[in-house]
Design a protein around this ligand. Structure first.
Ligand SMILES: Cc1cc2nc3c(=O)[nH]c(=O)nc-3n(C[C@H](O)[C@H](O)[C@H](O)COP(=O)(O)OP(=O)(O)OC[C@H]3O[C@@H](n4cnc5c(N)ncnc54)[C@H](O)[C@@H]3O)c2cc1C
Ligand code: HEM
Length: 393
């Protein structure tokens, strides 16, 4: 709960802080990495630092948190913190690092806003920071227990052996992996991701997330699209072979298929279908009779990973349909399925819960179409394959 005094000061200074937050987060990361270069090498995603998305995500989350507190000072906006907490646990953030982040964040605030940061202003924003940090630490502690992630990084990362490597398309490779330490495979929910930690040629240990695309008999499967110029995806494609060992954190992620018997819509574009295939696989292996509508968009048949899985899993489900759109179909293809995903020709059953995954323009378009079709916003869940920029999709 934000105190009345701080709420007043935060409200008065939010426009100034909001306007400068991009600059503040840039300087914050510069300071943090100058003091702790190992954090950029071995913890933070340096691709997201280079392209600026993590800076935007941090800035956006603080601004969104402060605004939520002002709108309702007695409520802790836990839902918006869940995504961050899952990511933090998945990469191994420890509680004592919140003090380190605090030190460099507040030094950056003073550097950018100068004399405007009176002791009163500093105290009010300090309160916001610790409300957010304490809320995150509480959710993270619970998640570490649930996911058996352990507090120590040595307990987080487990070795897995690649039992099969399979080329899905020219640019997508699947890896079926089994724990190399003989312990059972960890529990996961359909839609969740694992973090993969890889040692790169310069000695850095970089972490990336990959949604589980299925799994069976004590094994997990994840699938990686080679991104142009992508450090880790390129490295995995070029070097991770059958019989090799790879380090994974336990499955985490706040977007997963909820149990129930209501209708489900799974919409994806490109490599965004990995969590959807895991959800379909779960529905098929549990003999679900739910109404399932799968919608997928891709460039063409050859770039469409899991095309056969989609067909086979849909066929196994008694109440499932699949609708595939290709921008540039090869050969004969129905005109109404040519182009970008368009839900106007797809029947969305009443009471549908929707799961979306794909690039931002796709998420925006499909979410808009679902709202138009009468699906309430609370029933539309989405996963993004990068930091959530809190754009409210
Ligand atoms: C929850 C979640 C689930 C995911 N699931 C999957 C999945 O199932 N399958 C999958 O393939 N991916 C998935 N991803 C994405 C994955 O984690 C990686 O982001 C992806 O593999 C790219 O990593 P990379 O190291 O190859 O690229 P990076 O080297 O990190 O580069 C990423 C992007 O940044 C750009 N970039 C890099 N350096 C610079 C620079 N200096 N200036 C400007 N731009 C730059 C690159 O060109 C590229 O477009 C998921 C991500 C999340 C968060
Ligand atoms: C109140 C304090 C903090 C806030 C508001 C915050 C916010 C965020 C946000 C918004 C994300 C992106 C989540 C997503 O959408 O994927 C993120 C990811 C991350 N955070 Fe934090 N964070 C905080 C504290 C910390 C601390 C203490 C550390 C440890 C030094 C840390 C390290 C990371 C890392 C490594 C990631 C993964 C993303 C990447 O590297 O691209 N954070 N955090």
């Amino acid at each position: 709960m934000l105190s009345a005094k701080s709420a007043e000061v935060v409200e008065a200074t939010l426009p100034a802080v909001g306007a400068a937050i991009g600059d503040i987060t840039s300087r914050f990361y510069d300071r943090l990495f100058a003091a702790h270069p190992d954090l950029l090498r071995d913890l933070f995603n340096r691709g997201n630092q280079a392209n600026g998305t993590q800076r935007q995500a941090l800035a956006g989350s603080i601004a969104a948190f402060a605004s939520a507190l002002l709108a309702d000072p007695d409520q802790r906006p836990d839902a918006m913190l869940a995504r961050i907490a899952h990511k933090h646990v998945s990469v191994g953030i420890a509680d004592d690092q919140y003090q380190v982040v605090h030190e460099h964040l507040f030094a950056a605030i003073v550097e950018v806003l100068g004399e405007a940061v009176t002791p009163e202003v500093a105290a009010a924003w300090d309160e916001v920071y610790w409300l957010m940090a304490n809320a995150l630490m509480a959710v993270e502690a619970r998640l570490r227990v649930e996911a058996a992630a352990g507090g120590d990084p040595a307990d987080l990362w487990r070795p897995y052996t690649v039992v099969t490597r399979y080329q899905e398309t020219e640019t997508v490779t699947s890896y079926l992996v089994r724990p190399a330490d003989g312990r059972p495979v960890p529990a996961s929910r359909p839609g969740q991701y694992v973090s993969v930690r890889t040692e790169l040629p310069d000695g850095a240990h970089q972490i990336r997330q990959y949604s589980l695309s299925g799994g069976a008999d004590g094994a997990l499967r994840f699938s990686v699209k080679r991104e142009p110029g992508g450090e880790v995806s390129g490295h995995l494609h070029d070097h991770l072979a059958t019989g090799d060992t790879v380090e994974l954190a336990p499955p985490l992620g706040d977007v997963f298929l909820a149990e129930g018997d209501g209708p489900v819509l799974l919409a994806s574009a490109g490599i965004g279908n990995t969590p959807m295939i895991a959800m379909l696989d779960h529905l098929a292996t549990t003999g679900s009779t739910r109404q399932v509508v799968s919608v997928h968009g891709d460039r063409d048949q050859l770039s469409h990973a899991f095309r056969a899985d989609l067909e086979q899993l849909t066929a196994k489900l008694p109440n499932a349909t699949a609708h595939v759109f290709y921008e540039q179909p090869l050969g004969e293809w129905p005109a109404e399925r040519t182009g970008l995903v368009d839900l106007s020709t797809v029947t969305v059953p009443a009471g549908t819960t929707a799961y979306l995954c794909g690039p931002l323009p796709f998420l925006r378009a499909v979410r808009g179409q679902l709202l138009e079709a009468g699906v309430p916003a609370r029933d539309v869940h989405y996963e993004v394959f990068g930091p959530d920029l809190w754009l409210g999709v």
